[in-house]
Design a protein around this ligand. Structure first.
Ligand code: ADP
Ligand code: MG
Length: 636
């Protein structure tokens, strides 16, 4: 095959990332070791999995392990594993590019704020490159299991890397870091061991280092030709909860999730009974940048009796909990289980149901906690993942009620604009005689908050939930009831305040309706095809008019969203409701010459107020200016 020397350029994003990383992660530089050990462990997992079908890959060496060594003279640290190794193509792809989608967007999100950027970088899964925080040059010598030839990858982390043919005694990978000036403190058994126990104790394979002994004559430690295990080397999830420290739980999370930040919370259980499995599931603290990317990988690693089977086992968690990361280790599934089998398997279905319930319990625990710190954690969770959880209302019929209780909303009575009100809070402070839960949907929070439809509710002190997420419309179409109370849009159908309206108000309304009959007919005629109906309303106190959707029609907000997404929306006309007490409306009774202009103007502003788009904006402006001018002249 020959030497096959090649020099290749890093993908542009890798170059950018290398610079950034060295700067933003330097304050926590020890993590390079955690990342390289994490990769070594993943490589061993992959080998064990491939060897299920092809035991020959072990080639007589089935004791998987990781070795960490250093050389004071050469100023190098070497991390070795006898895992799957990499072929030439794999080396180029894995250590020269970032294969994740959304790389560009990721870079546009970086702010220059070190702490924030460090978190983002971590999310991006750049473990290998973190070696450059301490190394001025990295050499990787690797040999793919089952292959004869090895490959040497070398780079100073400055735009390019070289690839050469190489030799290696067996399969696996050595990562050799040639340290930068000033990093010599890392060249010590004690230092490396303490980093390993701090960050990598949870690794289930043995991490070995050369044993050292005190030499009385030399008056220093000398290394023996004998290995010593540094970590516990048992799968963390199989240990008893009491034996696992919070730090170990956190570090394990970083390993399985490839996240650099600590998780928000976890749940760890051994399930026994018809199905036997262990689940260790985490809620991340921050949403990944590609949470809404449908192609995105999921976060559950599947093991069967400690043997790694696959990453991203999407069958083990419903879509709306796709942010959950962790491990599920089944005692019952066959080792040769494939994604296809997972899809069909009833056992998997049972595991998914059990795991879903666990995650919901964990969320309930955070949400329902009286302790303020815990409550804040739920608030943090909601901010990051609330929108995804909302999908569950329509996706998971069986758990709909539990999910509904976890939802948080912005509301007219909340003291913050954030989504903070639970449906149970709403119900607890419903007005005497109120039997419905009211909400308004709009494209933006401000449009919802200032919607004219809220006027009568404000006046009567009735709470209205303000929904402005895209997913909200869809969510309320599935959530029609909570705690026996109907959820009702304030912008749909006839306003029925039921017992919230007193007798005197009802009488007055009927009287006004009679008086305005003629006007209503006139406006209806004038607007023609634009409206389904014109009617008197008592929804409004300050605005002259508003639009509502008919009871069974799609809400205007949803229709707009569908159109914006390029989908078809049924063409349903709005109902124009007018406020008979408003001066502009009472004035209309006496208008003759410009009646059509006035009614158009009123319709158009009602449409604008709810975030709609005018069919003829220029016509609207012209009409309005003419009328303003007429008023100005009249006033002179
Ligand atoms: P991640 O671990 O999140 O995928 P890394 O930057 O840590 O990202 O590693 C990039 C890729 O390089 C890995 O996904 C893996 O395919 C490959 N790799 C890194 N280290 C090793 C190793 N020791 N053995 C085999 N493959 C490795
Ligand atoms: Mg990694």
């Amino acid at each position: 095959m020959g030497a096959q020397h090649e020099t290749l350029a890093f993908q542009a994003e890798v170059k950018q990332l290398l610079n950034l990383m060295i700067h933003s992660l330097y304050s926590n530089k020890e993590i390079f070791l955690r990342e390289l050990i994490s990769n070594a462990s993943d490589a061993c997992d992959k080998l064990r999995f491939e060897a299920l079908d092809n035991a020959a890959l072990y080639g007589g060496d089935s004791e998987l392990k990781i070795h960490v060594a250093f050389d004071k003279g050469a100023r190098t640290i070497t991390i070795s594993d006898n895992g799957i190794g990499m072929s030439r193509e794999e080396v180029i792809a894995n250590l020269g590019t970032i294969a994740k989608s959304g790389t560009r967007e990721f870079f546009s999100q970086l702010s220059g704020d070190k702490a924030r950027d460090a978190n983002l970088i971590g999310q991006f899964g750049v473990g290998f490159y973190s070696g450059f925080i301490v190394a001025r040059k990295i050499t990787v010598v690797t040999r793919r299991a089952g292959a004869e030839d090895a490959v040497r990858w070398e780079s100073a982390g400055e735009g390019e890397f070289s690839i050469d043919a190489a030799e290696r005694a067996g399969r696996g990978t050595d990562v050799i870091l040639e340290l930068r000036e000033g990093e010599d403190d890392l060249l010590s058994t004690w230092r490396l061991k303490s980093i390993i126990t701090k960050y990598s104790d949870h690794i289930s394979l043995p991490i070995l280092m050369k044993k050292e002994e005190w030499d009385k004559d030399k008056n220093e430690y000398v290394s023996k030709d004998e290995d010593e295990r540094v970590n516990q080397a048992t799968a963390l999830w199989t240990r008893a909860k009491a034996d696992i420290t919070p730090e170990q739980y956190d570090e394990f999370y970083k390993h399985v999730s490839h996240d650099f930040a600590a998780p928000l919370a976890h749940t760890h259980n051994r399930v026994e009974g018809r199905q036997e499995y262990i689940q260790l599931l985490y809620l991340p603290a921050k949403a990944p940048f590609d949470l809404y990317d449908r192609e995105r990988k999921h976060g559950i690693k599947l093991y069967v009796r400690r043997v790694f089977i696959m990453d991203d086992a999407e069958q083990l968690m419903p879509q709306y909990l796709r942010f959950v990361k962790g491990v599920i280790d089944s005692a019952d599934l066959p080792l040769n289980v494939s994604r296809e089998i997972l899809q069909e398997s009833r056992d998997v279905k049972a595991i998914r149901e059990g795991s879903t319930k666990r995650v919901l319990s964990l969320l309930e625990e955070l949400a329902g906690n009286e302790d303020q710190a815990q409550k804040d954690r739920y608030t943090g969770f909601w901010k990051e993942f609330g929108r995804v959880l909302k999908e569950g209302v329509g996706e998971d019929f069986g758990n709909k009620e539990r999910i509904a209780k976890l939802l948080r909303f912005a509301s007219t009575l909340a003291d913050t604009d954030e989504e903070s009100v639970a449906l149970a809070d709403y119900v607890a402070r419903m007005k005497e005689g109120q039997d419905k839960i009211y909400y308004v949907t709009a494209e933006t929070f401000l449009a919802a908050k200032n919607s004219p439809h809220l006027e009568v509710f404000r006046k009567k002190g009735i709470e209205v939930l303000l929904l402005s997420d895209r997913v909200d419309e869809w969510m309320v179409s599935h959530l029609t009831e909570f705690d026996g109370k109907q959820l009702v849009s304030v912008a749909k159908g006839d306003l029925d305040l039921g017992k919230l309206e007193d007798e005197a108000e009802k009488k007055e309304r009927e009287a006004v309706e009679g008086e305005s009959k003629e006007l209503v007919e006139k406006i209806t005629k004038s607007l023609g095809e634009k409206v389904k109906e014109v009617r008197i309303t008592h929804r409004l106190t300050d605005s002259p008019a508003c639009l509502v959707a008919d009871e069974n029609d799609m809400s205007a907000n949803l229709a707009r969203m569908l159109k914006a997404a390029g989908q078809k929306a049924p063409a349903s006309k709005p109902i124009l409701e007018i406020n008979p007490k408003h001066q502009l409306i009472t004035r209309l009774k006496y208008e003759e010459a410009r009646f059509d202009d006035w009614s158009s103007l009123i319709f158009d502003q009602a449409l604008l107020a709810e975030g709609g788009q005018l069919e003829d904006p220029a016509g609207f402006v012209k009409r309005m200016n003419e009328m303003l001018l007429a008023m100005t002249l009249a006033g002179k």
